[in-house]
Design a protein around this ligand. Structure first.
Ligand SMILES: [Zn+2]
Length: 146
């Protein structure tokens, strides 16, 4: 089972959704929405939905609600990495002055690059969930972008 299918199963179970309510079209909508989310946010998102969403026994939180929860979790995971910055870029936050033949330029410090790599490794990127899942309001079936 994929991570997002697992997250969906967890939600269906917790919110008491009966199997016959999960029509193939519905499953597909949720499945596609969740599959666009970074894997790292799935479990925290499920936990947050369970903790904070008003129980509507027999129904799931909407895709938009789950996406909002996922974004909160993404920001928390990013924040948990701590602030970047090091002795070399103190005062210029993530930038260092690099001397080239034609002069001095401000460039990204290595600590900033390391942070970008950490985010990439977690699949968290820098874009909000809304940008990753911009298919809202569109026909899911016609939206094939990754
Ligand atoms: Zn630095």
């Amino acid at each position: 089972m994929t991570h997002h299918a697992q997250a969906l199963a967890h939600l269906v179970e917790h919110f008491g959704v009966k199997p016959d309510q999960m029509t193939p079209a519905r499953v597909r909508s949720y499945d596609q929405a969740l599959s666009r989310l970074p894997v790292a946010v799935l479990e925290p998102m499920v936990q947050r939905a369970i903790d904070t969403r008003t129980p509507r026994w027999g129904d799931l939180p909407t895709v938009a609600e789950l996406r909002a929860d996922a974004e909160v979790c993404r920001l928390e995971l990013v924040k948990a990495l701590g602030d970047y910055g090091c002795a070399s870029c103190e005062g210029t936050k993530g930038f260092i002055a690099v001397t080239h033949a034609d002069g001095v330029r401000m460039e990204r410090c290595n600590c900033f690059r390391r942070r970008q790599e950490q985010l990439a490794a977690l699949g968290l990127g820098v874009a909000p969930i809304a940008a990753l899942t911009a298919a809202e309001g569109r026909d899911w079936a016609s939206h094939d972008e990754g």
